[in-house]
Design a protein around this ligand. Sequence first.
Ligand SMILES: Nc1ncnc2c1ncn2[C@@H]1O[C@H](COP(=O)(O)OP(=O)(O)OP(=O)(O)O)[C@@H](O)[C@H]1O
Length: 281
Amino acid sequence: MTDAHATPGAAGDPAAPLTDAAAARAARAPVLSIRNVTKVFGGDVIALRGMSLDVRQGDFISLLGPSGCGKSTALRLVAGLTHPTAGKIAWEGQGAGPDDGGLGVVFQEPTLMPWATVEHNVWLPLRLKGRRFADCKADIDDALATVGLSGFGKAYPRELSGGMKMRVSIARAMVTRPRLILMDEPFAALDEITRFKLNNDLLAMRAKLNCTVIFVTHSVFESVFLSDRIVVMAARPGRVIAELNVDEPYPRTEDFRTSADYAAQCRATSDALGLAMEGAH
Ligand SMILES: Nc1ncnc2c1ncn2[C@@H]1O[C@H](COP(=O)(O)OP(=O)(O)OP(=O)(O)O)[C@@H](O)[C@H]1O
C-alpha cells in the first residue's frame, strides 16, 4: 500500500514526522546542495529568491510552477551556466559537477545537429572530451538502445519524429553516464500520447542508469507520475513555496496512473500549485 498523499519535506513542514519512504530518501547519499540561492538579473529582476534544496542519489525531483517562477534559472544555476547572486551550490563527492562529466542536460528543444547522423549527435559530449568515435561506438549504441532507438544510428534528425528527436537528445545526455540529469520541460512540445510513452520510458531509463534527475515541468500530472519529490514554486519573485513527496514506489506503471492514490496526489499538488499561482498575482 502506498501513501500517495502530499507528505512534508524539507521546504514543507520540517517539524512533521517523515514517512518511511521519506526517511529512506533522507538516508541516501547527497549529490548536490543548494543553499539559500538568489539570482537577480539586471539589478531588479529577482528570478529566484532564497532557494534551498538537498538533492540525493536516486531522487527524481520535479520543479513545478507557473511561468516565470525561476525553474529554468534554477536548472541553469545547477548546470553552472549562470552563477548565484547570493547563496551557494555545492556538489558532493568525486566525479560530480558540471565540469567533470557528472552532469547531463536535456533542453525543451532537442537541439540536434541537423547535418550529423543520430550516432554522431550522441557522440558529441564524448567527442568534446577528446574520445574517438570508434572507441565510443559501444557506449553510443547502448545509449540508443536504452532510449529505444537501436537501428537508427545512421539516420538524420530530419528523418525522425519529434518524440524520436527527444529520445536522441536524452541518449546524448546519458551517454557519459552522468550522476545527475537536468531536464528542462523536455516533453512540453509533444502530443499527450507520445508524452505518456516517454514518461514511462524515462523512468525505465533512469532505473537502468541509476541516476538522479531534476525535471522542470508545468504539468501536475507529469510531475506526480515521474517524481518522488515535487518542488512547487511561485513567481514574482521566483521562490519555493512547498515540497511534496510522492511515496509510490518505482517502477510506476499505468496502474498507478489510473489509481485513486495518483488522483489524490494530483489533487494535493494542484492545490499547492493553486497557492503558487495566487502568490504570483
Ligand atoms: N537572462 C535573463 N535576463 C533577465 N531576466 C531573466 C533572464 N533569465 C530569466 N529572467 C527572468 O527571470 C524570471 C524567471 O525566469 P525563468 O525562465 O527561470 O522562469 P521559468 O519558471 O523557467 O519560466 P517558464 O516556465 O516560462 O520557462 C522571469 O521573470 C524571467 O523573465
